[in-house]
Structures are given as structure tokens and as C-alpha cells.
Design a protein. Structure first.
Length: 392
């Protein structure tokens, strides 16, 4: 589940990005002389000639200075809203598709005791910061942090240039944890959910029980048998935020990761197709009780309407649409064309470069009509035991 909000997020530039000397001026006449090194969250980082790092909000700059920064990003293939992939597109999209994603040797979990106070306990793993309203043992944090770190490993292993690949070393993803489900709901969690990502803040909120953490007496303990599929979905949203993809891909790509078999920190990607179809189709769901349970025959809107609908429209039939978005993402990743994912990579790249959705969708069509793509997708699903009937 993803709370709707306007997303204004840019991820930091890769280390290979070219810094350029500038004299920039804000709307109050203050001048900055130095090199632009990063654009993140629409904040421009300038290393001044004195060596001082100065973050300057893009909106505070004069029109002329904004234009300078825009031109700099565009010359290198990026945009103000998404600059992270500058100077790195070839390596980011050429990787082989991963087969098995293993967990890190250690999540690096530790407690930040300086920030401890009643009702506010801070723990950090390698890439995430956990803010809990309950005091936890570091060993417990280390066990559930494995899910977060492994999901990140999965994303950065995929040849789709996820935004998490470019997060700065001094930054961590914020995860807010709640000891009771009622506290989770009071903080803005969605009833019935196991966690939620909020694009406006970039935060994930999670009730501890969704992580398999329960209280026994005065002690919190970890149950490794708990299913984390729903939470994996929200982690993917956090790790890939920054580009306004079409709704089917936002949710379908998250479902692709979340429905992949996960055991004790390891994602089993190879041979994933049968599992994803079972997850979408089987009336009884998977062995962990999850699944969309659509059955063997699905009626849906024409593929062009499905792929171009608004996020609000997509959510009206979320159960079916999430499943079909997942299968469509799988199709583009693994089955389309020469099975090299070229069309979906070009789609992602186009949106990262700031092109319109209409332009990016042409990359997916790759010279086909929507009717031709629909027939290709229908046959793919039929071969795998799911009959699609498209409304006229």
C-alpha cells in the first residue's frame, strides 16, 4: 500500500558525476561561488571555493541561477527531479539479472544511545535508521534489519537503476516502529496494513508485530517464522522513490520483489515465474497465506487503459491491479522482445531523464501498437495458466 502524495524527490549524484564551477545567487542577492556536487531532494550542494559544503534549496535560487543548475543536470543526462543516474547509465542497466540474493554478513545494527529517551529509541543498520517507541535488544533489531538490508541488496542487484543505489553514505532510510497496532494507526498507519510508505516524508511506519517482534513479559523477542511479504512491498517503494512512474509499474515492481520467495534473508529469484503466477492466481494463496487469489480467469480493462490510468483509478481495484501489474513487470523484465528487458530499461531511463510519461511509454511499445502488446501479454499469461479477457 502506498499513501498518495506528490513526490518531489531527487537522489544524490553518483561519485562519477562531473562537478562544475558556478557563481550562483539566491533571490535575496546572496552569492555562492564553487562547484555543484549533488542535487538531492531539490537541494543543491555547492562546495565553495573555501572548501565549505553549502546546501542551497533550488527554489531559493534566482531564475538565472536555477537555469544554470538545470542546464548542468541536462548536459549530463539528468534532471532536477532525478539526477542520481548522471554519468552512470550504461553500468546501471547492463548488469545480469540476479538469481539468488543473499543477506549481508551483518546488518551492522547498533543502538544510538545518545538519542535514547523515553518513547524514542534509535537504532541503525548499514542503510536504515529505526526509530522505535519501545526499547529493543540490539540482537532483535539485527534480526529484522536483515529483511531491510536484503531487500536493498535485491534492488541494487537488478539492472533497473534504482534510486537507492545512489544514496549518500551519510544518509539512512527512516523506519518508524510502533509497539502496539493502535499506536501505529494513531500515527497515520492504514488499518489492516503491515506497514506503509509515505512519499511526502520518505518514511516507512511499521507495527513491530509485522516484523515478527512480539513482547513476552518485559522482553521483546523475534519470531523468524513471520511473513514479511507485505512489508517488503513498502520497502521497495522507499528504495525506489524519486521518479513518477506509471501506477502499474510502481505497484507491479514492488509486488515482483515482495512475492519472490524469501527465507531468512535470502531472496530466491531464479525460477520465480511459477511462484508469481501462483501468487496471482491460486485461490488458496501461497503456503504463507499470501496471494491475490484471482483464479484462473481474469477480466480486465484493455491494456492501454490499464497502463495509462491514474494512480487513483488504479487503486480502485487494487487486488487485481497489483497482481496484473506484477505480471506485466515480470513480462517486460524477462519475456518481452529478446528477453533482455531492453524496453523496460529504456522506459525507466526516459523517466529518469525527465521525459514525459507519454514519451516513456513509447519505449515500452517499441514500435508496437497497444493492441499488439496486449495480445503478446495475453499469450504469455495463457501459457502460464491464467486466461485474460479484456473488456471491449
Amino acid at each position: 500500500m502506498r499513501i498518495l502524495a506528490s513526490i518531489v524527490l531527487a537522489i544524490g549524484l553518483g561519485a562519477s558525476a562531473v562537478a562544475s564551477s558556478f557563481t550562483l545567487e539566491n533571490k535575496n542577492g546572496q552569492r555562492y561561488e564553487g562547484k555543484v556536487t549533488k542535487i538531492q531532494g531539490q537541494v543543491v550542494t555547492i562546495v565553495e571555493n573555501s572548501g565549505r559544503k553549502r546546501p542551497v534549496r533550488y527554489s531559493s535560487l534566482s531564475s538565472a541561477s536555477q537555469q544554470q543548475v538545470q542546464q548542468w543536470a541536462q548536459r549530463q543526462g539528468g534532471s532536477i527531479d532525478y539526477a542520481s543516474w548522471i554519468a552512470t547509465p550504461d553500468s546501471a542497466f547492463r548488469k545480469s539479472w540476479p538469481g539468488t540474493i543473499y543477506p549481508p554478513v551483518s546488518s551492522g545494527a547498533r543502538a544510538d544511545y545518545q538519542k535514547f529517551k523515553k518513547g524514542h529509541y534509535v537504532y541503525e543498520s548499514t542503510h536504515f535508521r529505526f526509530i522505535s517507541d519501545s526499547k529493543l535488544e540490539v540482537t532483535v533489531v539485527n534480526k529484522f534489519a536483515k529483511l531491510f538490508e536484503s531487500t536493498r541488496n535485491f534492488l541494487v542487484s537488478m539492472p533497473v537503476n534504482p534510486s537507492c543505489q545512489y544514496m549518500g553514505r551519510d544518509e539512512k532510510y527512516p523506519i518508524y516502529l510502533f509497539g502496539t497496532y493502535s499506536d501505529y494507526l494513531r500515527a497515520g498507519g492504514v488499518n489492516g496494513s503491515a506497514g506503509v510508505f509515505i512519499p511526502r516524508t520518505g518514511n516507512i511506519m511499521v507495527p513491530l508485530i509485522a516484523l515478527g517482534v512480539t513482547k513476552q513479559g518485559k522482553k521483546w523477542v523475534f519470531d523468524k517464522t513471520a511473513s514479511n511479504r507485505t512489508l517488503s512491498h513498502e520497502i521497495v517503494h522507499q528504495l525506489t522513490a524519486g521518479v513518477d512512474f506509471d501506477a502499474w509499474y510502481i505497484e507491479g515492481s514492488a509486488e515482483y520483489v515482495a512475492a519472490t520467495k524469501y527465507t531468512n534473508g535470502t531472496y530466491h529469484v531464479a525460477g520465480n515465474k511459477n511462484r508469481l503466477f501462483n501468487y496471482a492466481r491460486d485461490k488458496d494463496g501461497l503456503s504463507d497465506g499470501t496471494g491475490r487469489k484471482l483464479g484462473g480467469r481474469v477480466k480486465m480493462q484493455p491494456l492501454e487503459q490499464f497502463m495509462t490510468q491514474s494512480y487513483g483509478s488504479f487503486g480502485r481495484e487494487a487486488n487485481k491491479n497489483y497482481a496484473m501489474g506484477m505480471l506485466l513487470a515480470y513480462y517486460f523484465y524477462h519475456e518481452d522482445g529478446r528477453r533482455d528487458g531492453l524496453a523496460i530499461k529504456d522506459y525507466i531511463k526516459a523517466l529518469q531523464q525527465g521525459r514525459s510519461k507519454k514519451e516513456a511509454r513509447q519505449k515500452l511499445l517499441n514500435g508496437r501498437t497497444y493492441a499488439q502488446l496486449q495480445e503478446n501479454f495475453r499469450k504469455f499469461c495463457s501459457y502460464n495458466g491464467l486466461a485474460l479477457e479484456f473488456y471491449k
